[in-house]
Design a protein around this ligand. Sequence first.
Ligand SMILES: Cc1cc2nc3c(=O)[nH]c(=O)nc-3n(C[C@H](O)[C@H](O)[C@H](O)COP(=O)(O)OP(=O)(O)OC[C@H]3O[C@@H](n4cnc5c(N)ncnc54)[C@H](O)[C@@H]3O)c2cc1C
Length: 424
Amino acid sequence: MRNCDVAIVGAGPYGLSLAAHLKAARVNFRIFGTPMGYWRNHMPRGMHLKSEGFASSLYDPGSCFTLQTYCREQGLPYAHMGSPVPLEVFTSYGLEFQRRFVPMLEDKNVKSLRRAEGEFRVELENKESFTAARVVVAVGLTYFQHLPPELAHLPEEFVTHSSRHSALEAFKGREVAVVGGGASALDIAALLHQAGAAVEVIARVSKLRFQDPPENVNPSLLDRLRNPPTGIGPGWKLFLCANMPLLFRLMPEHFRLEKVRKILGPAPCWFTKQQVDGNVALDLGTTIREVSIEGGRVRLQLTDNVGATKTVTTDHVIAATGFKPDLGRLSFLTSDIVSAIRCVDKTPILSSNFESTFQNLFFIGVTAANTFGPLLRFAVGARFAAPRLAKHLKRTAPRDLARDGSASTSRTTSEREVRETVAQ
Ligand SMILES: Cc1cc2nc3c(=O)[nH]c(=O)nc-3n(C[C@H](O)[C@H](O)[C@H](O)COP(=O)(O)OP(=O)(O)OC[C@H]3O[C@@H](n4cnc5c(N)ncnc54)[C@H](O)[C@@H]3O)c2cc1C
């Protein structure tokens, strides 16, 4: 048993960026999770990121090791804007970030977290347990996949959520219906077609609204003033969300919830359009009325906007129906912790330092979006969250656990040390 001050649960862009900052600040911590696990195991291979190159980094103190730096080192193509980042490049960059800045990562899942004598007792999946004074939850979308009720009861052999798939080769020669009209649905539909499946998209929307390509990848000062580019998209509304998450937090609750729900809906990307057009059958403006399994196939009864019905029979249904953050679904949290956390719309109400109403329990990433805004739904939000939370954890570290044994207590990592790490 090794006790620690801070335990980070999750090793995606948020957990890793926070760890890099805590390491530099000499805070005593441990971090758990599969590095870039969600991106490697729950997104379809061949996908491209929706975020632009300049908004697709992890963050070390000083932001030295960016995606751009990595691509330059590896001789890979890179552009700030207008050149979609392949998933495989982003994940290999994230793994390299982990290797250089967070080598102490423990690739194990946290199985349970419970309160014990004023601290947290953390149990890992290998049965190891230890205590931590503070815990940061950075598990992204892992627990939040949403299946509509009409599909939820069917066996996985016939219906799966889009997040269950990274390799799509197994669908070669099969018929697949993809349910959903957003980015995940259209991405996976295009990639299934490339993998040799016959694909049909079923969506309630009557028209697919693809995002526009960036108008100008080298905007002039005047263009920037008219339509400022930000890490979460262009325009003044998004500029405010991207740059003022602390102000967003002070807005009335109904305003915040509405903005998080509406801003940056799940529009598919401009570059997916050409992959889908003519390659994928579209059933738009339709609602699924009934689903059954007949003769080893899935039978979907659809109704369109004017009441006409249609039946689609297929080998498999992939529900690209999104995610619903819900604290109650974080199965590693005991029920007494969950019930002690004050929530809004099933996500924790957070202090300006990401602390929930359960003292010393912090949340970053998508579960913090209802507090800080849509920025926190994207990797680029780690640029705000990681330094801010690291500073707070450093300032409030309990005296007896404040130090990483190997480190001096007051010094923070110098710029030179960060540069040496980047150069490794
Ligand atoms: C299809 C799709 C495409 C997307 N495209 C983009 C994009 O282009 N740009 C963008 O910015 N965002 C995109 N997103 C959103 C993306 O999920 C977030 O931006 C990003 O992953 C947030 O990082 P994170 O660290 O919070 O979570 P994640 O990257 O999801 O990482 C979660 C981590 O938690 C770990 N974990 C989970 N449970 C446990 C446990 N019990 N114990 C220990 N570890 C655990 C996982 O192994 C993983 O390491 C996309 C999402 C989807 C679904």
